[in-house]
Design a protein around this ligand. Structure first.
Ligand code: NAP
Length: 283
C-alpha cells in the first residue's frame, strides 16, 4: 500500500463524538433528539441495519423509537404511521428502512414524510434543495463520502471527479454534492461506453456500483483520491468493494478500504442529520 488509507471507522467515531456533544447540549436545554425507526417485515439484513442504527443512536445521545410492523402491513397502515410520526412533536427524524416489502409503494411513503424530519435525505424536497445548492438533509452515504474527502483532506474545487453509479440513494446526490463543491463531475453508469477511460482522467473517483472489484487498479490515475461505496460479498463470504483495492492503493493518493471506509460513515451521518433536525425544529 502506497496511498493514504482513509480510516472511515476512526472518522465515523469522531463524527459520532461530535454528534454526542450536540445531543448533550440539546438535552441540557430539555430537548431529547429523537429518531423514529420504522421497519416493515422481517428481512434479516434490514433488521441488522436497524439494530446497528438504534444502538449507535443511543450511544450518541439520540433517543431511538422503534416501530416494527409485520410484513402484512398495508399501505394505508404505513401511511397512517408516517402521518402520526410527522405530527408527533417529540419526533425529530423519521427513518423508514428500505427496501419495503414489494406490495408497498416506498415512493409514496417517502413523499409523505415531513421534509423537516427527512433525515435520510431521500424526499423530493431534500433532493430538490440539494440540486439548488440550498442547505438540506443530504442522503447519509454521499454525505459521509464528502466528510471523508474533507478529512483526507481534499478540496474538490476544480478537480475532475467521476461518480460511477446513478442511484437516488448514492450516485445522484454524490454528483450534486461534488458539483456544489465546484468539482467538474462526470456521471458514469451501465451504459457508459468506456468506463476505464473516464476513470483514468479522474482526480476523485467515487464507485457506487455493487460489482465486486469492477474498477481495476490500473484504471486509477496516479495521485487520485478513491472513495469505494460498494459492499459486495464474494463466493468465499469476504466483503469487498467495487474497486480492486490492493492495485488501486498503489496508485491512489488516498483510498477507502472495504470494510471500514464508507460503511461506518452512513450511520454516523444519519445521527448527524437527526441532531441537525432537532436543532432546526426547536429553534
Ligand atoms: P444501485 O441502485 O444498484 O445502483 C448501481 C449503479 O451502478 C447503477 O446506476 C448502475 O447503472 C451502475 N452500474 C451497474 N453496472 C455497471 C457497470 N458495469 N458499469 C458502470 N456502472 C454500472 O446500487 P446503490 O444502492 O447505489 O449501491 C451501490 C453499491 O453501494 C452497492 O454495493 C451497495 O451495497 C453499496 N452501498 C453501500 C452503502 C454504505 O453504507 N457503505 C450504502 C448504500 C449502498 P444503471 O443506472 O445504468 O443501471
Amino acid at each position: 500500500m502506497i496511498g493514504q488509507l482513509i480510516d472511515g471507522k476512526a472518522i465515523a467515531a469522531k463524527l459520532r463524538g461530535e454528534v454526542a456533544v450536540t445531543a448533550n447540549a440539546l438535552r441540557g436545554r430539555g430537548i431529547t433528539p429523537t429518531l423514529a425507526v420504522v421497519l416493515v417485515g422481517d428481512d434479516p439484513a434490514s433488521a441488522v441495519y436497524v439494530r446497528s442504527k438504534t444502538k449507535a443512536a443511543r450511544e450518541a445521545g439520540v433517543e431511538p423509537r422503534d416501530f416494527k410492523l409485520p410484513a402484512t402491513t398495508t399501505q394505508a397502515e404505513l401511511m397512517a404511521l408516517v402521518a402520526q410520526l410527522n405530527a408527533d412533536r417529540e419526533v425529530d427524524g423519521i427513518l423508514v428502512q428500505l427496501p419495503l416489502p414489494p406490495h408497498l409503494d416506498s415512493d409514496a411513503v417517502i413523499r409523505a414524510l415531513d421534509p423537516a424530519k427527512d433525515v435520510d435525505g431521500l424526499s423530493v424536497t431534500s433532493i430538490g434543495n440539494l440540486a439548488q445548492g440550498k442547505p438540506t438533509f443530504v442522503a447519509c452515504t454521499p454525505k459521509g463520502c464528502m466528510r471523508l474527502l474533507r478529512e483526507v483532506p481534499v478540496d474538490p474545487a476544480g478537480l475532475r471527479a467521476v461518480v460511477i453509479g446513478r442511484s437516488l440513494l448514492v450516485g445522484k446526490p454524490m454528483a450534486l454534492l461534488l458539483q456544489n463543491a465546484n468539482a467538474t463531475v462526470t456521471m458514469c453508469h451501465s451504459r457508459t461506453r468506456d468506463l476505464a477511460d473516464e476513470v483514468r482522467r479522474a482526480e476523485i473517483v467515487v464507485a457506487a456500483i455493487g460489482k465486486a472489484e469492477m474498477v481495476r487498479g490500473d484504471w486509477i490515475r496516479e495521485g487520485a483520491v478513491v472513495i469505494d461505496v460498494g459492499m459486495n460479498r464474494t463466493a468465499e463470504g469476504k466483503l469487498v468493494g467495487d474497486v480492486e483495492f490492493t492495485a488501486a492503493a498503489q496508485r491512489a493518493r488516498a483510498i477507502t478500504p472495504v470494510p471500514g471506509g464508507v460503511g461506518p460513515m452512513t450511520i454516523a451521518c444519519l445521527l448527524e442529520n437527526t441532531v441537525e433536525a432537532a436543532t432546526r425544529r426547536r429553534q
